[in-house]
Design a protein around this ligand. Sequence first.
Ligand SMILES: [Zn+2]
Length: 306
Amino acid sequence: MQIKILGSAAGGGFPQWNCACSNCWAVRAGSFQGKARSQAQVVVSGDGKSWFLLGASPDLRWQIEATPELHPRNGIRLSPIAGAVLASADLDHVLGLLLLRELQPLHVFGTGSVLKVLREDNSFFGMLNRSPKQVEWSAMKLNEPQRLTIASGEDAGLTCTPVSLGTRYPAYVKAARAGHLTPDDAVVGLLIEGNGKRLAYMSAVGKIDEKLLQLLDSVDVLLFDGTFWSEDELIRVESSGATAQQMGHIPVGGIDGSLWLLAHLKTARKMFIHVNNTNPMLDESGAEYRAVRDAGWEIAEDGVDL
Ligand SMILES: [Zn+2]
């Protein structure tokens, strides 16, 4: 299995257009010890030919251009991108689908409720079904492995098992609508398997329980929620707003944080991804970055191959 990280930041990217927090300010001033990042985007392949996007970020156009494996070949309009697997209906995670509307046959997977929100409530996504051979949508059942086939039906050598990580739908989904959706479908982690290897992609994790710990211990590569370092990080920058937990993210730092709770994982390769621009661990000269690295974790960067 090949895994490529095209983007590693949370929604808004790093730096974020309307933010002058100490991190964003320092990046623009050229004094930051660390790297700018585009919005979280991972691609996987089981055969080296067909690639599946995990989510579809708003930065997808440039992320594709920066990745030769994803360029069309032989002078024809045919992309190696075979489809996408969606973990939620968050805008930062699905807007990129609208950038793929040039009649390319794609196979898009998501939980039943997430596909309903996109296709029944948002007419823009109809642009992906202007012709019969455009986008095929497949609903995934929780905890059941699903073969990732390309639009023609061919097997691409990968399976995906979605595991529920949260019941929070994006703010644009009204409460009345959410009441008709399956709560556990809202946010899932993606367990991707191929060639005897296992990847867990979990960019929004609200809590860590024993069942999740067992699952994470069984994978070869873990890409885990690194959105916030502390519970009140955004409130301190914005002087108001929501806590990390209220936004569906367990913080990395602190005694209730993921770094501590996942300290005994045997996973070979552990990376934090979906890192918000306010997170102090982005600063490679800082104590938080050192703590993460000393604990055997990496912080995902754009352009990393696994
Ligand atoms: Zn910022």
